[in-house]
Design a protein around this ligand. Structure first.
Ligand code: ZN
Length: 436
């Protein structure tokens, strides 16, 4: 199971690729992709469907034996976006000696220094001219070789570098892509690389030219594979554990669970790292609309959907902060979950997290039923924490739910540290939740 997680992490450098990989796994398990522009097909107990939004969020359902109005739904949600750098339009900046950098902007809140001096590549989607202006074509791209690097300034030019460095998002973090060897390459290095990558997967008759590329949503990605480490291989080392590890745990659980009384739902949202307020984010009514359509089909009344919402339970799964032995002063004195200690329930007095005593108790009991230990996280009262999906989703889908996640170190580093045992615990707890 951990090898599947590592494969998923490596194959999912950005949101679009994560969604395609989840869709491929659902296809292989017999889920049927539905087209939201068409009426829902007739659904019966055990039917498995999914759909996507913007190629960057995905929603999978296994219909329960009892109608939504009677049994509600069991929802696990997570997010597939992670902090990175987005490549701007007209990105190439040629400097002395023909050295070309790419102009980028920051996506989300990365620890920027962790992106320096490591081989990077490009991943995302390229938009190609389609049959009409309203029907452009999308091609996912993940160039699988080291292509770029953000180079540090030598210590000889900044002797205070180890005292801490303020980084400019415009000046300091631009990656170098290449050296122009021919004037014809000027301004074309990136486009040429995209064309070559796309054509490498196509027959000659289907080849695209630079002029076919209309635009792109492209991001920087680490090229170093995810791995386990530690004397007992007890740790995970990868980018994007937040929150792809929770996406993968939810997927594993959905694929493992049998049809239950309750409808099982897995929702993987985009844009959590920038506030979720997009059509493919947790702030969108898309998931609520999809569930409403299922409820209406079953019971022909809006009432059925409203009853389903009242009966539902949500696990909002987003990574938590594990106790860091070098920085114990940053943690709450009595609630600091440790790596390997099991899934973490998150609390916040201001309700940045959805959990309350009732809902946390329900999740803790699910974990107990799955023989999984559970831990609790609260911020050190002088340290403001982050926020997550649960409460944002509540504005369109006011379900009872808990905010939880596995503890990791170095959240939003290019390379985060997690726990193998916690991942296995989490899959077990999620599977039990779907089965209930
Ligand atoms: Zn997250």
């Amino acid at each position: 199971m951990i090898s599947r997680l590592l494969q998923f992490l490596d194959a999912s450098p950005v949101n679009f690729l994560a969604v395609r990989n989840i869709a491929d796994a659902l296809d292989a398990a017999g889920f049927c992709r539905i087209d939201p522009t068409q009426p829902l097909p007739p659904l019966k107990a055990g039917d498995q469907i999914y759909t996507t939004k913007n190629d960057s969020s995905i929603y999978a359902l296994r219909i329960g034996r009892r109608p939504l109005a009677d049994a509600g739904f069991h929802l696990i949600c997570a997010h597939c976006d992670s902090p990175t750098f987005r490549i701007k339009p007209n990105a190439e900046m040629t400097a002395e000696g023909g050295i070309v950098r790419l102009n980028t902007e920051v996506y989300g809140g990365p620890i920027m220094s962790t992106w320096f001096d490591r081989p990077l590549t490009i991943a995302g989607r390229v938009i190609l001219r389609g049959p009409s202006p309203l029907e452009p074509l999308t091609e996912l791209v993940h160039i699988r070789r080291p292509l770029l690097q953000i180079a540090n300034l030598a210590i000889h030019f900044n002797r205070e570098v180890n005292e801490g460095v303020k980084l400019s998002r415009q000046k300091d973090v631009l990656p170098i892509l290449g050296i122009i060897s021919d004037e014809l390459e000027r301004g074309q290095l990136l486009i040429n690389a995209l064309v070559a990558d796309i054509n490498s997967r196509r027959d000659a008759a289907q080849h695209v030219a630079a002029a076919d590329i209309l635009d792109f949503d492209l991001y920087l990605a680490d090229t170093t594979p995810a791995c386990t480490f530690g004397i007992h291989d007890e740790f995970l080392s990868s980018g994007r554990l937040d929150d792809l590890s929770m996406c993968q745990a939810g997927l594993e659980a959905l694929l493992a669970a049998p049809t239950g009384d309750t409808t099982q739902v897995l929702a993987i949202f985009d844009n959590e790292e920038t506030g979720s307020q997009t059509k493919q984010g947790a702030g969108s009514p898309f998931l609520a609309s999809l569930l409403r359509r299922v409820a209406l089909q079953q019971s022909h009344s809006e009432e059925a959907f409203l009853q389903a919402v009242e009966r539902a339970f949500m696990v909002s799964a987003d990574n938590a902060h594990a106790w860091h032995p070098n920085y114990s002063e940053k943690y709450d004195p009595t609630n600091h979950p440790v790596l390997g200690g099991g899934p973490v329930i998150k609390y916040n007095a201001a309700q940045k997290y959805a959990s309350d005593a009732v809902l946390a108790s329900i999740f803790a009991e699910i974990c107990r039923a799955a023989d999984v230990p559970v831990q609790r996280f609260v911020n050190h009262s002088d340290v403001p924490g982050g926020s997550t999906l649960g409460n944002i989703l509540a504005s369109s889908l006011p379900v009872r739910g808990v905010d939880m996640g596995n503890g990791i170190l170095a959240m939003h580093s290019c390379r985060e540290t997690g726990s193998v045992a916690d991942h296995l615990y989490c899959v077990r707890a999620f599977t039990k939740f779907y089965e209930m």
